[in-house]
Design a protein around this ligand. Sequence first.
Ligand SMILES: [Zn+2]
Length: 432
Amino acid sequence: MDNESWACSSVEKDLTRVVSKLEQLHENAAADIGDIATQMSELVEVLSRAEQLVTTLNSSTQVSQDDPMGDGVSMQVETEPTAPQRLTERQVESVRNAIARCNERVQKLSTEHRDLHGSISKIGKAIDRNFSADFSSTMRVDVLQDEENLMLLNKAIAKHYCRQGMDDVARTLIRESKMSPEHAQDVFDSEREFADIYGIWVKIQKRDLTDALKWAKMYSQQLSDRHSLIEFRLHRMRFMQLVSYGLDSQREAISYARLNFKKFAVRYEHEIANLMASFIYLPSGLENSPYKHFMGQEMWTELSFIFLKDACQLLGISKNSALSVVVNAGCTALPALLNIKQVMQSRQVLGMWNGCDELPIEIDLQPEFRFHSIFACPILRQQTSEDNPPKKLTCGHVISNDALHKLSVGHILKCPYCPVEQNAEEAVRIYF
Ligand SMILES: [Zn+2]
């Protein structure tokens, strides 16, 4: 087991302990509160039967509502001394007993709750103990001392906010970082399209399809050229939404279907027939029908993400901001970087890292972080780079520039694969 999994399982153990403690407490508390409630209501019943007491009772026996968390700190049952003069000695005694019992339970709850706080704070300590909180060793602070680099970082952050419609935050950052007007303009220009899409995405999640349907109508042809399902899905959801409003919206739902499903009639014939059958369930309500999944939040969330993906694809924009890609990729890379830094430190070869622009190790990121094809030289078994780009030989084989120089004698190069002799100068750089 590597270090991280060991740390994770160690924290997980502590966490499991607290969770089971919490569940136990929850169970006990529920039982205790149930008991208290029963005792109080029994008391109320007994007292209300004593006819002459009814009026004073309501004002004298009450539980403080100031403490909804139930930790009992301010939860005390109070009695007013006016009532007892009309009660017999025994009645007073039993009222007092009942109240004492309730207070005792409340005290117990409060103590247990305090204990739990201790256990929860231990989790934080366990995390600190098992994970490194100090990432400074992997940072290249010097990089941000360069004004241009710092501006690029601020720009990436501003773009991220701008994408999410938080223009005011982006503007404040631009102002405070004294970004040049050209850079500032670029922030808004480059993210405007996404910001619109993002706004619609948020609305879909809030079950408002108006803008999404408008957008889909505007791009209807392009969407259908790309075989995107989103336009039909949006109409389908709107239709089900109307049906879900009940009998009052039946007429509207029918005319909506007539107007909007026509152009999908061939492709989604079966699906549309299915949707129409939902009217059968109108009288008893859609939530008790096989169509109830249309009401579920997952369906809306899924729809919003399909919209985001298809809209971004259509407009040729990335659905993630540059900043979030960098942060997420960085999180994947961080453990490996911390490890290698330790090794480098212990062997006193730290200087090697600071000198170059690339990382000293290869880090495998998920496919979602791969935006371009990469080419590894089959001779040197190294990934090609700007300094060592891939070159296509006249025979059609591709090797890296460094390999080409190593293999050629003078201008003559014998291809290591076919093996055609050729002029090394004629190899051309290729781009992926
Ligand atoms: Zn060849």
